[in-house]
Write a new protein. Sequence first.
Lengths: 712, 150
Amino acid sequence: MTNNFSVSRRGFLATSAALVVTVAAPKIAVAQNVDPNALGAFIRIEPEGEVTFVSPTFEMGQGSLSGLALIVADELGADWNKIKVVNAPVAPAYNVPGTPVQYAAGSQAVRRWHAPLRLAAAQARTMLTEAAASQWDVPVAECRTQDGFVIHKASGNRVPFADIVSDAAQLPVPEAPALRDDNPLTGSNVTRIDLPSKTNGTAIYGIDVRVPEMVYAAIRQAPVFRAALVSVDASALDGMPGIIEVVELEDAVAVVADSFWKAKQAVEALDVEFAKSTYDYLATEDIAQSQKLQLDTRFAVASVNEGSAFSMIRDASNVYSSDYDVPYLHHMTMEPMCCTAHITDDTCEFWVPTQYSSAVRGVGMRVSGLPAEQVIVNTTHMGGGLGRKFEMDYVDQSAKIAKQVGRPVQLIWTREEDVQHGRYRPMMTARLTASIAEDGTPEAMRIRLVGPSIPEFRNGIPFKNGFDFRAGLGITTETESAPGKLQQYKLDNLLAEIIYQPAHVPVGSWRSVGASENGFFIESFIDELAHEAGRDPVEFRRTMLRDSPRGLAVFDRVVEEFDWDAELPEGHFKGIAFSEAVGSIVVQAVEVSMENDEPKVHRVVCAIDCGKAIHPDSVEAQTVGCIIMGISSALYEKITITDGHCAESNFYDYRVLTLEETPDIQVHIMESDYNIGGVGEAAIPGTAPALANAIFAATGKRIRSLPIIDHI
Amino acid sequence: MQALTINGIEQEVDLADDTPLLWVLRDELDMTGTKFGCGVGLCGACSVHVDGEVVRSCQLSVGDAVGSEITTIEGLAGTSDQHRLQIAWIEKQVPQCGYCQSGMLMAAAALLAEHPKPTDEQIDSAMTNICRCGTYPRVRAAIHRAAEMG
Ligand code: FES
Ligand code: FES
């Protein structure tokens, strides 16, 4: 594997022609002629000394593009202000390490790419310093790189990369060069690379792609998910200007026109009939009822079975149990689904905001019938991903429409289509049961989850190797610091079961996936146990965290910064939650009051330990972003199924948190020597339970079902 | 035929009068800095200035925009390199995905024009744009920062 990440001589060739080109769509730089199968896929040093980093990950706001560029620039000794970043094409070299595909999900960019990119940069740096050292005839160990120069301090020699790059290219690539121990950029808050373009309107998102000859498509999908298209009467379009074509798909119809506005008006004017579906009368309540019944089933798949939880609970004299549920949720990325495709006899090209470029290529191959080499995937900025742009529905549609029209087509979903055809976070029902020790803490815990399966929706099979790991995320641990089986808590007997509930509602990965629900279930339940035991929720959790110094340190930091024991203003109440997801530990304490029967959140104090913080400012930004999305979803958000279709359609009935409602949020970053954890999703799971626990303190009402405003 | 003045430049388009200005900017003039988020006037991603007032361009028909001075994100800085809000936005590293930020900046610029030193309450009531990434606290901080620079 090591070799895959090495720098090639080819990458150094001073004679290379322009290595980064601008393709048809102006302003989108794509590393078109990088030889992706060769070594040296990541770092290119141009003859003029310009350093280009070919990023294997995609930017959706999580800051990974800058995070990875920073790792490279730091190890290489490049000038941060001059480094260029381009998005990688689809090729094996850019597959996420340890996987056969290229994607951005699971808060993995920095975690998975940190070591291989650092190695590639160290190789390049070593070759540059060796070349300079031999020119100056000084020991290579005395040379270092900084801001795009190789420097020999004793002699005062310095040479820009540009002047040494062709010599360096002649040297052998070192297999395992030493890593530098001074990394001035790492841990600093240098300005993210994508910021200027995101403040002046020049950043190119999927919806901004402009290709010569391009036309626009608007779509109307079957309201009842996947109901077949039966007939289309397009007579209403007679005389409408700019209409190019009506395209019928299996479960949708699209109109192609010379502007999106015309396409949208036309598609809405069509008289369309979709087939009757067996789900035509299904409602959320029916699915919820069925999931509740399934809590009692005798058959379940155990995704975690540690110790003897089953028998301990069966034989215990003191058992406590609670049921919880969470609704379907929409991602609501600000940029709705969109994709531009162009299929000719010999190429299939996409310009697409996606988290999963390998899959885009697969769609292109399937729809166009062309081999992989003839499918080009240009990735753009994403106007939010949140898991939604991991999916291929909109890509598939755009390819099919483009194939029929024979020219570049940009498909844009209206917000209504976007809301009504989400890949929703699964509605889940849970039963948590514990046998209780004398001090009130749990000795054994059983977590039963009932809900649809994301793998089933994607691949037709609900479980892989016996379980659905996505549904089980956030229950156990992804860290090396866990003393037991339940996150960082000391608990050795844990049974986690998943019961599959078939449903026709499309589901997908929503920021932090299963952890976002499981965090709510587990931390609400622990709060209940503390209350049952008559113990303070902070002191109770500290007991359970006693064997995780790491978990305890994060917890104590929040207790201290929040000033947990201080009096709050009249009518204000507090709640706390611990969580572990994507390899990071997060604790949140919240202060709420009730105003006109609605909760108002005043303050959130949070601490996060993600191992090393490569760019602390991004860690802060992501953590705040998660907390805001966490508050929004816990308080307000819900997708309702009525007569087989989604009842919500836009921001007026899918309420999200506004600036005015955003509380004061404090984030404390606690660095540790543990493995680097993810941050893009880490702070989602703890927000809902912290709020629900605070509302219990405020009202005495235990919130076991979300969203909160439906239950107070 | 509609004659529009956008960022000080006269442009002509020939569209149905009820075409929303948003789609005129994006599809006809390829000025893609102004974003589509909801199409119903709720998210603010499409915000522009019309005669100095912040307006959601998905709700303004091109017919009604004729004769007005329209400013989009591309023209926010005017004759300078950067508007002070853009400087503050970078200094505070506000954008995440960035999709809502054109609209945020246009709304913030209109706010500063009216209240050069806005209070938190004034920011809260003026900044009704939606940001799914949760950049709100930094939006607040950057507006205060830009106000200081003014
Ligand atoms: S697109 Fe105009 S307000 Fe949302
Ligand atoms: S920065 Fe992503 S929606 Fe605001």
